[in-house]
Design a protein around this ligand. Structure first.
Ligand SMILES: Nc1ncnc2c1ncn2[C@@H]1O[C@H](COP(=O)(O)OP(=O)(O)OP(=O)(O)O)[C@@H](O)[C@H]1O
Ligand SMILES: [Mg+2]
Length: 422
């Protein structure tokens, strides 16, 4: 082999050897970099977990400051998330509406305290369950699913529970299809008030129609009759007066009721002499009772303790009760007004021997405009007992009726004694 051939062979061998060495070094560097990156990844992954120590042991010393910086950022972010969650929980627990947050699979992620209380379960027991499992309501579940599939807020109303609470539900999507927020608003009371208001207006117009129709008829007859027969004219005018009185009474009662219900009545409290109040009320209605040949007896002990209250308003209560007793007791009947001390209160009762009240009506007669038996109730608006109940309750007392139909009725109310009010 020539000299030049030998040196070429050496060069090739040298290059090859150099290449192998370079390849080995590159491979070792690559492996070290991979191991380092792996150790760093593992250490980052274990930040804030218990396995932190074993992961950091394999870490290159030059990577430790990086890990420390990341650990700091992670801890700060974790604190912020925890604070944000606390604020959210606190804010949502204060609202009176139920709030449920679900993920995109309608699995409950959060329930506020209001809703958990409504379901009588601790908040944490509800998290992780499906919405249908938590609420047992297909309409709400359907609204949540539609909200998730369309990305548009859904609204519905449902009636829940044995007491048929009327709940307004809105399901609002969370950004990016991450889930939805369901707000459950209890509108039972609002709906009840709306119904009461509608009934109230309907009742007033109904109650006004009858006396107005009678007045129109009587006045038309008078106009057409040219007023020839003074006896008939007097009779008609008398009937007009009755109807006008009836309308005036209704307006007075509505005014009184409105004042009480809007909280504008301020009781003028003083020591109440029940005996005197009873006697004044009886005196006001004596003539009316005599016309129906009814006897009224009063049984109020002289040493009765004196409650604290508004004598004028309590007299109104007694007048309303006595007025009813007279109205619903046939000729020749008896009415007894009594008072006694019972359970830290004075109890006053008005008992009659009249038509009585059916069991189903015993509570309802205290509602506005409620008349137990319209065919027998005769004149009256059905407001007297509603007013009486308000006045008694303003005094901290209770009013109720007892009766066996056909065997008379007893209406009683209590007034707490001075120390138990105010
Ligand atoms: N002592 C009673 N005996 C039988 N029924 C009664 C008696 N007291 C009340 N009621 C029944 O309760 C209903 C409601 O009584 P309430 O005093 O509120 O109205 P009213 O007497 O019909 O009208 P108003 O008092 O406004 O003139 C009466 O219509 C009647 O049906
Ligand atoms: Mg009445």
């Amino acid at each position: 082999m020539s000299d030049s051939g030998l040196s070429l062979g050496c060069i090739v061998a040298g290059v090859l050897a150099g290449g192998v060495v370079a390849l080995v070094m590159w491979w070792r560097l690559q492996r070290r970099a991979t191991t380092r990156a792996g150790a760093l990844r593992a250490a980052i992954g274990s930040l804030g977990t218990n396995g932190g120590d074993s992961s950091t042991a394999r870490l290159a010393p030059s990577d430790r400051p990086v890990l420390d910086a990341l650990a700091h950022v992670t801890a700060t972010l974790r604190d912020r998330v925890a604070t944000a969650e606390q604020v959210r929980d606190l804010a949502l627990s204060r609202v009176s509406d139920g709030v449920i947050i679900t993920d995109s699979h309608v699995i409950v992620q959060f329930v506020n305290r209001t809703q958990a209380d409504r379901l009588s379960l601790p908040q944490q027991r509800l998290v992780g369950r499906s919405l249908i499992e938590v609420l047992h309501d297909h309409d709400v579940d359907e609204a949540a699913r539609r909200c998730l599939s369309t990305g548009v807020e859904q609204r519905t109303t449902v009636e829940v529970g044995p007491d048929k609470r009327y709940i307004h539900v809105s399901a609002t999507p969370l950004g990016g299809g991450a889930g939805c927020v369901i707000v459950l608003q209890d509108r039972t009371e609002v709906r009840r008030l709306e119904r009461v208001r509608r009934e109230f207006v309907a009742n007033i117009s109904h109650e006004l129609r009858t006396p107005l129709a009678t007045l129109k008829l009587l006045s038309e007859t008078l106009v057409m009759g040219d007023g020839e027969d003074p006896v008939i004219v007097k009779d008609y005018l008398g009937r007009i007066e009755v109807e006008v009185d009836r309308l005036a009474q209704m307006v007075d009662e509505l005014g009184a009721l409105s004042l009480i219900e809007t909280g504008q009545v301020v009781l003028e409290r003083e020591t109440v002499h029940i005996d005197a109040v009873v006697r004044r009320a009886v005196a006001r209605l004596e003539a009316q009772a005599a016309r129906s040949e009814l006897t009224i007896t009063v049984d109020v002990p002289e040493d009765l303790p004196q409650p604290y209250g508004d004598e004028h308003r309590l007299e109104q209560v007694l007048v309303n009760l006595l007025h009813n007793a007279i109205k619903f007791t046939p000729v020749g009947g008896r009415i007894r007004v009594s008072a006694a001390c019972a359970d830290g209160a004075v109890k006053v009762s008005v008992q009659d021997t009249g038509v009585g009240i059916a069991e189903d009506d015993l509570d309802r007669i205290f509602e506005r405009f409620y008349k137990a038996d319209k065919s027998r109730s005769g004149t009256g608006t059905g407001l007297g007992l509603a007013i009486a109940r308000h006045i008694v309750e303003l005094h901290g007392g209770r009013i109720w009726a007892e009766s066996a139909e056909g065997k008379g009725a007893t209406l009683s109310f209590t007034l707490p004694l001075a120390s138990s009010t105010d």
